[in-house]
Design a binder for this molecule. Structure first.
Ligand SMILES: [Zn+2]
Length: 159
């Protein structure tokens, strides 16, 4: 597992696109990279899926019935797989991102989450705004409060 690489890749993208203010829109970043992002209603069979990345068409599919903030995270997470794990994503080892997934996450999932957290809530912007309440941070960065909590804990040990 290489969390440092996941973090670095996220920060590289922010720098590449000159992003210096929240909120960060992973859909725009993905599309700039040539990745299609499609919001779709999934069939009943896949209604518990948040989203997935399709290597053949270089497309991230997002379940549009998911909470909007969760959709944003899903796009960033799947973009992480595309950037960090393209070979794995093309293999039958790949797993779609489930809603309310309580299973322990493997290293690919943890890396994609790390990438997403660092892309959407980067350290340099947290440094600037961390005096705000968690609710305000959630609004500013357009991520859920649990994601803010994870980022504050990882960067500053704040729980
Ligand atoms: Zn995943």
């Amino acid at each position: 597992m290489d969390m440092a690489k996941a973090k670095q890749k996220a920060n590289d993208l922010l720098e590449q696109f000159g992003i210096s203010d929240p909120y960060i829109n992973p859909v725009l970043i993905a599309r700039e990279l040539g990745v299609q992002v499609k919001f779709a209603t999934f069939s009943q069979e896949f209604s518990n899926v948040s989203g997935f990345y399709d290597v053949d068409t270089d497309t991230i599919f997002v379940n549009e019935e998911e909470y909007p903030l969760r959709q944003t995270f899903t796009v960033a997470h799947e973009l992480g797989h595309r950037i960090l794990h393209k070979d794995w994503a093309a293999s039958n080892q790949y797993r779609v991102l489930l809603r309310n997934d309580d299973e322990p996450k493997d290293s690919y999932e943890k890396e994609a989450d790390e990438f997403a957290g660092n892309l959407l809530v980067p350290r340099f912007l947290l440094d600037k705004y961390k005096q705000l309440s968690k609710q305000d941070l959630s609004k500013l960065f357009a991520v859920s409060v649990p994601v803010i909590n994870i980022r504050l804990n990882k960067e500053y040990g704040i729980s």
